[in-house]
Design a protein around this ligand. Structure first.
Ligand code: DCP
Ligand code: CA
Ligand code: CA
Length: 365
């Protein structure tokens, strides 16, 4: 049976998250920036929405250069808030997980997934599943993404890139050669600028040229392993499986409050469903945590977190509810602003069956 592999990548991720949070900025050029703090505008652009890209703004560009390009264009310059994007990322990964057999997170805004079993190798049914993934990310998070499907990770990633923004591209196994052949080698997954330059030196510029190259010719500059991978990748034959990420370092959930509040009890009561969700996730993986954090996104969209670390690993989230209420109280005491969104994060994870819960630990003689 042909493998059915997918790749999903969110469109202009950080900037799109900011647009969702503040829809009034839609239509204007948006640049999400990392301010280094050295002087007022020192730092770089993390990402920009497509409107800003029309004016030449790119990831990695100095903020001053981006501002120059956007002068008079009514730009929105936003400070990067990684905790916020990580929380959205976690929720999206869980959403995708519910549609696929296996998922492998490959970056904050992208993942590979395997649909071989659930689609029985049928690309039509895989395409329907991909549409379902796109629709549920749109319904639940109001975000657009691009999805590619093919018989390897390399093909799936190339397909989602090609479908960007907002598209879906299914590369049937029999169309792999015609889809990949004409592309620049630099677009292959795992081929960085250095590898591309070396390949160029060997007269290899397109994927088709790499596919037809003699593997022995590639051995010398790249070594056996990489040479083999490159050749297989270009032929659409690499067999790298989609692997579940074994060791997540944290789990979190963030919700938007029904109305802004400073009341920690109210925040916790609205978090009940998210808390239950985390609780069952920890239970199903037999995972304990030592640190719990309260997350609050305030009305000015700034993010605050407060954490507490315990001596013993804790199995049952509900036993630390009062600690969470305390953490939210400390946060509301330390600011004049109200909470707009709130969340819970557990970290310092450990997985070993048979660990005692905090309650069991306290109750045991
Ligand atoms: N990122 C960053 N610095 C970079 C590149 C990316 O901080 N040099 C961050 C911001 C992006 C996120 O990682 O939003 C995802 O990176 P992508 O390369 O997937 O780019 P985008 O999602 O922003 O845009 P695209 O629509 O092209 O995928
Ligand atoms: Ca992206
Ligand atoms: Ca990406």
């Amino acid at each position: 049976m042909a493998r059915v592999i997918g790749h999903v990548d969110l469109d202009y991720f950080y900037a799109q998250v900011e647009e969702v949070e503040n829809p009034s900025i839609k239509g204007r050029p948006v640049a999400v920036c990392v301010f280094s703090g050295r002087s007022e505008d020192s730092g770089v652009v993390s990402t920009a929405n497509y409107k800003a890209r029309e004016f030449g703004v790119r990831s990695g560009m100095p903020i001053t250069a981006a501002k120059k390009r956007l002068e008079g264009k009514d730009p929105v310059i936003i400070r990067m808030d990684i905790a916020k994007y990580e929380a959205v990322s976690d929720r999206i990964m869980e959403l995708v997980r519910s549609h696929v057999d296996v998922i492998e997170k490959a970056g904050i805004d992208e993942a590979f997934f395997d649909l071989t079993n659930s689609s029985q190798g049928d690309y039509k049914s895989a395409a329907e599943a991909a549409k379902g993934i796109k629709q549920s990310i749109l319904d639940e998070e109001h975000l657009t993404c691009s999805v590619g499907i093919g018989r390897t990770k390399v093909i799936a990633k190339l397909a989602s890139d090609t479908a960007k923004p907002g598209g879906l591209l299914v590369v049937l196994p029999e169309s792999t050669g015609s889809f990949m052949g004409g592309l620049d080698v630099a677009r292959l997954y795992g081929v960085g600028p250095k590898t591309a330059t070396t390949l160029g030196g060997l007269g290899i510029k397109t994927v088709a040229e790499l596919a037809q190259a003699d593997v022995a010719l590639l051995d010398k500059p790249f070594g056996k392993k990489l040479a083999f991978y490159l050749h297989a990748a270009a032929n659409g034959d690499d067999d790298d499986p989609v692997r579940e990420n074994q060791n997540p370092t944290q789990f979190s959930r963030i919700i938007t409050l029904k109305s802004d509040t400073t009341d920690p009890e109210e925040a916790m009561s609205q978090l009940a469903e998210a808390e239950e969700d985390l609780r069952s996730k920890l239970a199903s993986r037999e995972t304990s945590f030592r640190t719990v954090s309260a997350i609050a996104i305030l009305t000015d969209l700034s993010t605050k977190t407060r954490s507490k670390t315990f001596e013993m690993p804790i199995k049952d989230l509900s036993t630390v509810r009062s600690a969470l209420v305390d953490l939210f109280s400390q946060m509301s005491d330390s600011t004049d602003r109200e909470f707009r969104r709130v969340g819970i994060r557990v970290s310092d994870l450990s997985t070993s069956p048979g660990q005692k819960s905090l309650a069991e630990f306290l109750e045991s003689p």
